[in-house]
Design a binder for this molecule. Structure first.
Ligand code: HEC
Length: 97
């Protein structure tokens, strides 16, 4: 019974706190292209999250296509969210050979 009441008030809170947000999400979405800032973030995440299990691979060691597959298997290992996954990918492929 207590659980039900709690769930009820949680839903209530959610709907209240969501109302003012709808105006915020009406903003134009950011462009899909990566900014220098995101690439810099990606570098930091790469250097911190990817050397836990092995030495940092050289970004230039793999092609951008190989990095897609590598990131698909390594991002979950490093517990990256989708955004971080994207930023790290953007960083490694931004490094010029
Ligand atoms: C939880 C441990 C762990 C973390 C964190 C991790 N890796 Fe790995 N990585 C591995 C293991 C184990 C292998 C070798 C076996 C394999 O290929 O799955 C590997 C292999 C690799 C390889 C070689 C793949 C190949 O095909 O030659 C690359 C490149 C790589 N990791 C990149 C990364 C990057 C980039 C990150 C950060 C996003 C990362 N790893 C985070 C465990 C990890």
């Amino acid at each position: 019974m207590k659980k039900l009441l709690l769930a009820g008030s949680f839903v209530g809170l959610l709907s209240v706190s969501c109302t003012p947000k709808s105006t915020v999400t009406a903003e134009a979405p950011k462009s899909a292209t990566s900014t220098a800032e995101q690439i810099a973030q990606g570098k930091t995440i790469y250097e911190n999250a990817c050397k836990r299990c092995h030495d940092l691979p050289e970004p230039t060691q793999y092609t951008s296509i190989e990095w897609v597959g590598i990131m698909n298997s390594m991002a979950p290992k490093a517990k990256l969210n989708d955004e971080q996954h994207q930023w790290v990918y953007d960083y490694v492929v931004s490094v010029k050979k």
